[in-house]
Design a binder for this molecule. Structure first.
Ligand code: TYM
Length: 339
């Protein structure tokens, strides 16, 4: 199947009468089930009703990834992943953060209305300090200010994210309020929107799925990898014997079945009555995940073999946003007294 992704030069300008959605994703090297169920599915949905802008946040990634070649590769891989999962350049704007450096300037300006104490109490900052104690760089602390700048530079009001980003979104709203209070109404307060799976647990069944924890299901992995990851999932820890009844409400495998077939109640019933064992339920889940993502995986593999096509989409996206980003900065400069 031929892929036609490059946007036409006559790409329509952003339709200003529609509300604007914005979200960002780190170029982490893989896109896992948590990213898709928790956020990317909403990116795809919202692109039809909103002026939707999606950003691969490579500046943010610098707080944890320090290998330039790797970062560049991962940025393109993430772009290919998002396009493969259904972002359509005719319906949304996809770009790379560092292609619009106005974000970092606005982050500086917003930093001047942001008390350090707000940043120090951010849960992700506290977590990262524990995870990388030898690399508590300043970028980690100021990360949420850049995130706020990403959103408000386009005056977006709707932000599709997973629940783990809720604290960052709350902070974005606080920063907006602080700015508006000091310099007059300028930015709208952004709202997070969640999917029906705002927190996808990892294969350990306890912590949220995350590449840094290593508990992911890699949706574009080879089928053998997905099988291995799903088979390693922790289920209901109280179900010791095959004959013990299972508790679908606390079993991550059962919960994930919700998203991969209308018959999940039946699957749950099999577990409750011990008609089926955890292994059967996992095997079924693995095959369903593989089948569900197979077409997207094929598109991904094709896109990644055509880097120029992906780069063209990203360049067009960044170019399209230039006037918007510049207009916001000009307004902010005027309000703050810059020349
Ligand atoms: P990131 O790259 O960690 O994750 C990208 C998106 O995936 C969601 N997500 C999950 N949702 C449910 N369950 C999970 N296990 C799970 N893991 C990840 C995240 O909530 C996110 O929506 N700070 C952001 C990137 C960012 C951003 C922004 C987001 C930068 N600027 C502006 C929104 C608006 C991050 O690191 O996401």
């Amino acid at each position: 199947m031929a892929l036609e992704l490059a946007p036409s030069p006559a790409l329509a300008p952003l339709a200003s009468e529609r509300p604007r959605a914005f979200s960002g994703i780190q170029p982490s090297g893989i896109v896992h089930l948590g990213n898709d169920l928790g956020a990317v599915r909403n990116y795809v949905r919202l692109q039809y009703d909103y002026d939707a802008i999606y950003c691969i946040v490579d500046y943010h990634a610098l707080t944890t990834t320090h290998d330039g070649t790797l970062l560049r590769e991962r940025t393109r891989e993430m772009a290919a992943s998002l396009l493969a999962l259904g972002l359509d350049p005719e319906h949304c704007t996809l770009f790379v953060q560092s292609d619009r450096p106005e974000h970092t300037e606005l982050a500086w300006l917003l930093a001047t209305v942001t008390p350090v104490s707000w940043l120090e109490r951010t849960p992700t900052y506290k977590e990262k300090k524990l995870n990388q104690p030898d690399d508590v760089n300043h970028g980690l602390l100021t990360y949420p200010v850049l995130q706020a700048a990403d959103i408000v530079i386009y005056k977006a009001t709707v932000v599709p994210v997973g629940r783990d980003q809720a604290a960052h979104l709350e902070l974005s709203r606080e920063i907006v309020r602080a700015f508006n209070a000091r310099y007059g109404p300028t930015f709208p307060e952004p709202q997070a929107v969640f999917t029906d799976a705002p927190v996808v647990l990892g294969t350990d069944g306890v912590r949220k799925m995350s590449k840094s924890i290593g508990n992911t299901i890699d949706i574009f992995g080879a089928p053998e990898l997905i099988r291995k990851q799903v088979m390693s999932m922790v289920t209901d820890t109280k179900r010791i014997l095959r004959t013990d009844p299972g508790r679908p409400a606390v079993c991550n495998v059962c919960q994930l079945h919700r998203h991969f077939g209308a018959d999940y109640e039946e699957i749950w019933d099999g577990e409750r009555t011990a008609r089926t064992g955890c292994v059967d339920t996992k095997k079924l889940l693995a095959e369903r995940i593989i089948a569900y993502y197979a077409p997207a995986r094929e598109r991904y593999l094709e896109l990644i073999s055509k880097p120029a096509m992906v780069d063209e989409v990203l360049a067009a996206g960044a170019a399209r946003l230039k006037p918007l980003a510049e207009a916001t900065l000009a307004e902010v400069h005027a309000k703050m007294g810059l020349r």
